[in-house]
Design a protein around this ligand. Sequence first.
Ligand SMILES: C[S@@+](CC[C@H](N)C(=O)[O-])C[C@H]1O[C@@H](n2cnc3c(N)ncnc32)[C@H](O)[C@@H]1O
Length: 213
Amino acid sequence: MSRPTSGALLSHEAVLAAYRRYAPGYDTLFGPVLEPGRRRTVAQMAPRAGEAVLEIGVGTGLSLRHYPRHTAVTGIDLSPHMLARAARKVQRHGLSHVALHRMDAQRLGFADGSFDKVAAMYVASVVPDPAAMMAEAVRVCRSGGEIYVLNHFSTPVGLARRIEEGLAPFARAIGFDPRFDLDSFIAATGLPVVSVAPVNLFGYWKLLCLRKP
Ligand SMILES: C[S@@+](CC[C@H](N)C(=O)[O-])C[C@H]1O[C@@H](n2cnc3c(N)ncnc32)[C@H](O)[C@@H]1O
């Protein structure tokens, strides 16, 4: 699977540095504006009683209160600074059905087929190697399970495209790659698409649902 962007601009070090900076203000900056997508993802996922869900790149845990308590939710993230804030939410809201682990999305420490559903919200263009992340998401998802990817994908033309191109050289500093092509991303997973839906402001983000055969 080739990277659906112009180059590997990110590294684990760049991600850690960026999210150490973002962590204190993350919920203010990216909480409400990206919230409809988080709610929509969990609503579409509709986890049933007893199902196991993995959330990759759980960040400060903004989505965690949306999962029903009858679901076993596992959240992983590379950044200890983001995870510490998620852990506080788990404690504050008594989310005993949620477990958090510091882990690399590109090397998950779970057995094959461990989860019924896997979600990655606003993470695919942040990890240094999205192909490796998706390969791991597919590996730990059970056969017949679903993988949800919520992300910004690049705009083909117009002002937004020019802004994305302009931001691209700063990917390391901003902590994500603004050029991320949806069709290449889907094709590279090799998985059947269940649905693609526009979400958030101007439908600028997409919620993609894939099924593991
Ligand atoms: C934009 S934030 C999204 C956080 C959360 N999903 C949300 O909805 O706000 C991206 C998250 O991905 C995490 N991340 C980046 N690379 C990662 C990796 N290789 N493994 C695990 N998490 C990673 C970052 O630490 C950060 O918390």
